[in-house]
Ligand binder design. Structure first.
Ligand SMILES: [Zn+2]
Ligand SMILES: [Zn+2]
Length: 455
């Protein structure tokens, strides 16, 4: 959408602001004229003549298409600047249409974009101070009721880049040249902004810096302003051109759609029509491809092991830890205590480890009472948890820890915590699983189960 001028002002450049022009005009004009009528009926003082209104003084304002144009530009600029200011360094009265300018400007900001009446009522709220001679600002209310004005035009701009989404501007004048029609509502437009070059802080691309392989995203060119501190858009995004320095890692379309392929870094550059750089953006791509197990270093009772996986496409390697194995104690009894020596690392402990235990089981989703059974439940849906209650375990109190192992971790998720009184295993997939529970200090004492999981 063009602004009030055809070419940028001196030391200025044209940028764009994404937003919408809303309309509520018939209702809004009626609200303003109701306020004027009320002022006449109540004998409020006329700001133009300083005399009290009489009911017969009532004169409704007429709409001015030219003032509406002026107000639209001012609602747009006022939404950005939060004041009676422009961004091109000129004063606000320089906004004109067909030689018509505003003689009084009202601005209102609001979080809500549902209607413009709330914003007119923000001006109307000053009535009390005007009537009682209070100390508050009354200029907006004065513009609404002044007998000096015959025409009004309202502009209402809504943008998500401004502090308040909605800004309503009212322009008032005694005279008008031209029509009294309403201008059409416009949604999702880029409004041309005439802004001083010195107000520009930086050019940048908006997007996610980290992407997963096979993901896509759009990068959006943006411009950060210094004063006011907010971000706007280039006027013609379609004139810009995107390139990637490493299309095998991440490719970019001419308009900024990025596709990530392989792990690594790629620099995306957005170029101006004259081939100078608008901005660059570094994207880190992280591999989420399925990886193959290429190497296993098994754990021992003194050292953790590692499984190494590799992605065929990215050639990236990921290590996953294998927990240490328990010591393989062989016990010899002497003086009422047993002495265990690990057959692997020769570590020695003195204790009485368990020589027996039992586990009673139930599935947490069972509907058949709350009993535990010596065999595993037969119905174990995905998402349920199988709970084992450790029973009749003997040996020294501090040496009763148990360990769970299974041969299919795609179907059964084992606990990370120490197993003492209860063991919780979660059903995460279907299939056949061999589950073994054994004593950490006496691994020959164990129970093994074969399970069929899933629905
Ligand atoms: Zn990969
Ligand atoms: Zn050992």
């Amino acid at each position: 959408m063009p602004c009030d001028i055809q070419k940028p002002s001196q030391n200025c450049v044209f940028l764009g602001v994404h937003g919408s022009y809303f309309t509520d005009k018939e209702k809004a004009l009626k609200r303003i004229n109701d306020i004027r009528k009320e002022a006449c009926n109540e004998g409020v003082k006329d700001p133009d003549t300083n005399k009290k209104f009489k009911p017969s003084d009532y004169k409704p304002l007429k709409w001015s298409t030219n003032l509406e144009f002026v107000s639209r530009i001012r609602a747009f600029e006022g939404g950005l600047t939060m004041g009676h200011k422009r961004l091109n360094g000129k004063d606000i009265w320089t906004v004109q249409k067909n030689g018509v300018r505003s003689w009084s400007e009202n601005l209102a900001w609001n979080w809500d974009s549902a209607n413009s009446i709330d914003m007119i009522n923000q001006w109307y709220d000053e009535k009390k101070d005007w009537v009682t001679g209070g100390k508050g600002v009354t200029g907006h209310y004065e513009s609404l009721i002044s007998s000096g004005f015959n025409y009004v035009g309202l502009g209402w701009f809504n943008s998500k880049c401004t502090k308040y989404p909605s800004c309503l501007a009212g322009s008032f004048s005694a005279t008008n040249k031209g029509g009294e029609d309403y201008i059409e509502e416009k949604r999702d437009i880029i409004q041309t902004l005439d802004v001083l070059k010195s107000s520009i802080n930086s050019y940048y691309l908006e997007g996610r810096k980290v992407m997963k392989t096979d993901e896509t995203q759009m990068l959006t060119p943006r411009i950060k302003l210094k004063n006011p501190e907010l971000s706007v858009w280039p006027l013609k995004i379609s004139d810009l051109n995107f390139v990637s320095n490493n299309p095998k890692i991440a490719k970019v379309s001419r308009i900024g759609k990025v596709e990530a392929f392989k792990s690594g870094n790629a620099t995306i550059t957005c170029k101006n029509p004259d081939n100078t750089n608008f901005a660059t953006f570094i994207i880190e791509v992280k591999c989420t491809h399925e990886k193959k197990l290429i190497k296993t270093v098994d754990s021992t009772c003194t050292k953790e092991g590692t499984n190494t996986y590799e992605c065929d496409i990215c050639k990236t390697k990921v290590d996953s830890k294998i927990n240490m194995k328990p010591h393989d104690y062989k016990f010899v009894a002497s003086n009422g205590k047993s002495t265990g020596t690990c057959t692997k690392c020769k570590k020695v402990i003195k204790c009485n480890p368990p020589t027996m235990f039992e586990i009673y089981w139930r599935n947490d989703q069972t509907t058949e009472g709350s009993s535990y059974w010596s065999c595993l439940p037969s119905n174990n849906p995905i998402g349920s948890t199988i709970v084992g209650w450790v029973h009749k375990i003997n040996g020294d109190q501090n040496y009763r820890e148990l360990i769970a192992e299974c041969d299919n971790e795609c179907a059964l998720e084992l606990p990370n915590d120490k197993i003492e009184d209860y063991v919780y295993v979660k059903v995460v997939g279907s299939g056949t699983v061999n589950l073994t529970i054994y004593s950490k200090y006496n691994p020959t004492v164990k129970h093994s189960y074969e399970l069929y999981l899933g629905d």
